[in-house]
Design a protein around this ligand. Structure first.
Ligand SMILES: NC(=O)c1ccc[n+]([C@@H]2O[C@H](COP(=O)([O-])OP(=O)(O)OC[C@H]3O[C@@H](n4cnc5c(N)ncnc54)[C@H](OP(=O)(O)O)[C@@H]3O)[C@@H](O)[C@H]2O)c1
Length: 290
């Protein structure tokens, strides 16, 4: 039986990236819908669950993407609401690659440091979809996480969202511009840049001066890179005594993870793959490699 992936994308054009990786990851066909709103979801999902018998439903799954994470979360809630036992299909949420990217970065950090309990972590621009997910997962690992934002109210809103979504405690500080980086880096052991593409967040002088720093990860692949001096292909490079990962150093693992998750969707008919479950799959991938 063919594996069918229903792609529900909140953006006008359903993501081509997601379509390609879905086909590479185990879908035989991707049924793509763009500009999907919460009101559209019920009927689209019913098209999945009423067509094949319950025992064959693992061959159909739902993928939720799009540029906007909060819209993606609404689509996920509606998709789950539209299903009932035994007529369920597996679902994954990865709006703009936020879950797979955040998880890939977090797992690289876990691999580098082992136990993160009590570690001081700074997530730069932790207000975006990737930063919020990463901050939540790192806090779940027991790290003492602080996110930055240029605006106090934005930082506080994201802090509250992360706290509620992951049931953890995180701090928010304002970093109005890169000249303030040295202050917020004080005592930080892990630095994760989740700032927008093409924005330099921290100068090389600022992060290399921080003697407590052990791991630095930059998720921005678009020049100028987010952490000056870290190369986009860095995958554990030692620079000034700091283990460094660039966007492609994390992105290669992210793509592997993305494919593995798609494959997993077709193994059962009741999986819900959001940040935590995706992190578990990423840790399995790491263990297999060892
Ligand atoms: N490697 C991969 O596979 C992969 C996949 C997906 C995404 N990414 C990258 O991961 C990073 C985070 O993605 P995202 O979608 O979460 O990012 P985003 O939503 O575009 O931006 C994250 C935060 O960056 C801050 N920001 C925006 N413009 C800025 C500016 N001009 N100066 C300073 N800060 C600015 C904003 O925070 P405040 O307004 O609160 O300051 C924003 O909330 C991006 O660099 C993206 O390209 C990588």
């Amino acid at each position: 039986m063919r594996n069918l992936l229903l792609q529900l994308d909140s953006s006008r054009h359903p993501s081509v990236f997601d379509q390609v990786v879905a086909l590479d990851g185990g879908a035989d066909q991707v049924m793509s819908y763009g500009g999907v709103t919460p009101e559209d979801v019920r009927d689209l999902v019913h098209g999945c669950i009423f067509t094949r018998g319950a025992k064959d439903l693992k061959h159909t799954a739902v993928w939720i993407g799009g540029n906007n994470m909060s819209q993606g979360e609404q689509l996920l809630a509606m998709a789950l609401d539209a299903m009932f036992e035994p007529l369920t299909v597996s679902v994954m949420l990865d709006s703009n690659g936020s879950n797979t990217t955040a998880v890939a970065a977090v797992v690289k950090i876990e691999q580098a440091l082992g136990d993160l309990k009590g570690r001081k972590v700074l997530v730069l621009a932790g207000t975006g979809p990737v930063g919020q997910r990463a901050a939540g997962l790192l806090a779940r690992d027991g790290a003492r996480v602080t996110i930055t934002s240029r605006k106090p109210e934005q930082g506080e809103k994201a802090r509250q969202f992360i706290t509620a979504r992951f049931n953890v405690s995180v701090e928010a500080v304002t970093m109005s511009d890169p000249s303030k980086a040295a202050e917020v880096l004080d005592g930080v052991e892990v630095l994760l840049n989740a700032g927008s593409a093409g924005i330099q967040m921290v100068s090389r002088a600022a992060w290399t001066a921080q003697k407590s720093l052990k791991v630095a990860v930059d998720l921005n692949a678009v020049p100028p890179l987010g952490l000056e001096g870290i190369e986009v292909n860095d995958a554990g490079a030692q620079r000034d005594g700091v283990l460094c990962f660039g966007a492609f150093g994390v992105g290669n693992f992210k793509t592997k993870l993305h494919k593995r998750c798609v494959g997993r969707l077709f193994e059962k008919n009741d999986l819900v793959l959001d940040a935590e479950a995706i992190a578990d799959i990423a840790r399995e991938l790491v263990t297999e490699k060892q």
